[in-house]
Design a protein around this ligand. Sequence first.
Ligand code: NAP
Length: 485
Amino acid sequence: MTAKKNLRLAVIGAGASGMMALIKLREAGFHDVTIFEKAETLGGTWRDNRYPGVTCDVPSHGYRYSFEPNPDWSRVCAPGAEILDYLKAVAKKHNVERSIRFGEEVTRAIWRDGKWHVETTSGPQGAFDAVITAVGVLHHPVYPDIPGRESFEGEAFHTARWKDDLDLTGKRVGVIGTGSTATQITGALVPKVAHYSLFQRTAQWIAPLMQGPIPEEQKELFRARPDLLESEYQRISDENNSKFAAAIVGANPRAYEKLVQVCRGYLETSVRDPELRAKLTPNYAVGCKRLILSENFYEAIQQPNAELVTDPIERIEAWGIRTKDGRLHELDVIVFATGFDTHRLMRPMDVRGRGGRALEEAWAEGNQGYLAVTAPGFPNWFMIGGPNSPIGNFSWLLTAENQFGYALRLIERLARGNVSEIAPKREAAERFNADVRAALPGTVWATGCSSWYIDKHGNIASWPWTFERFEEEMSEPRWDDFEMS
Ligand code: NAP
């Protein structure tokens, strides 16, 4: 479609979602688009997460833009660096960087006189007809609130702030946390370090990951037959969405039972020592926390130089971590694999909508939008990864493309000229959020565990229905749910 009105658009964030938004906006005829990116390079989560073993646990052929197939993935699940290279190659092909303002963190966005007035760390950037936020979900590292953190004499850092120049060979390394990140690090570091201590507060369910190199013949076949490559993309997406995602939200009980059996069986057959197995056995339902996929964690944690520490941490001291049993675990390096504040989203940005109302105030009782993309009172503000986006064990890129497609329909409406403000009706958002709250008890997330899916108010961060329902909702806005002027 060719835009009738030349809208001036701002995209916040040059990660996978922001880049995609720019490419698709240009394709739709919008050329006055600026991406504001706080870092000096693009890539978002794949730029920030460079810890040893970083890999995507969604199969490579399902983890890519729908419009940029890649027959050359090296492994069944691609290493983080390869995904970053893919994003850079796509950026180069589409000349994305010319529209990015690097080193510009958006600090304020104020809705005034029918425009968004955007300000970054280097000052006011002018007025925009619409803003698309693509800031990601996992980008505010959480550091544990453990006494004595500052007193440690060795190196200590968060997994998303990895020290690339630090050689861990032969070192005594302690990792706090047992999420997806720590699990991947364990597999990569145990063979390298002198001693490895994994500090586990809560055991995690793990499903086996089918990992390994993709043979050259397979790549050649995909290069020669784009139709097969496309079928593989569809197959992986369908598999993840109709089986895994549906199982978790209670829509596919058979798939869920299978998942439970697979996780239990994997633990039983992989860990020989009954005492260690007991320590690694979670006391909550499979999928309550985001499921971990790993091909090597159980093997690594059973190596002679590896130790699973389950005594609670008392404090951090100059030479290591002291646990409540009084033991000092002497360490050269402490790694905080303690996750992210997934509920902060675009904060600390100061966003003010109609009547100067702050987003912070609107979200005081928890983040709430309408269908994860828009929010009442914040016209022409479109979120990729807004509250209740589908997040979990499937491709974020697919979620982002769906949300962007929906936002684009609304932006195109603005471009037609007779509408300059578009926002969801308050009652539509209230209905949506009431539906979300009603759906939560039916999901496995509400069965009794702590996880980043639920915020401190008890609100759920994810999409509590099937992915099919999400795709259906995203396919066409319900125009009656919007107020337009
Ligand atoms: P996470 O899943 O939030 O795990 C954080 C870990 O730190 C948990 O084990 C938590 O224990 C522990 N922890 C937090 N504070 C602690 C404290 N004060 N003392 C002791 N332990 C503490 O974080 P993550 O592993 O970085 O993963 C975050 C998300 O990133 C994943 O769920 C996933 O969506 C994404 N990710 C994806 C991949 C991939 O392959 N696609 C890889 C890595 C990460 P409790 O369980 O007791 O709270």
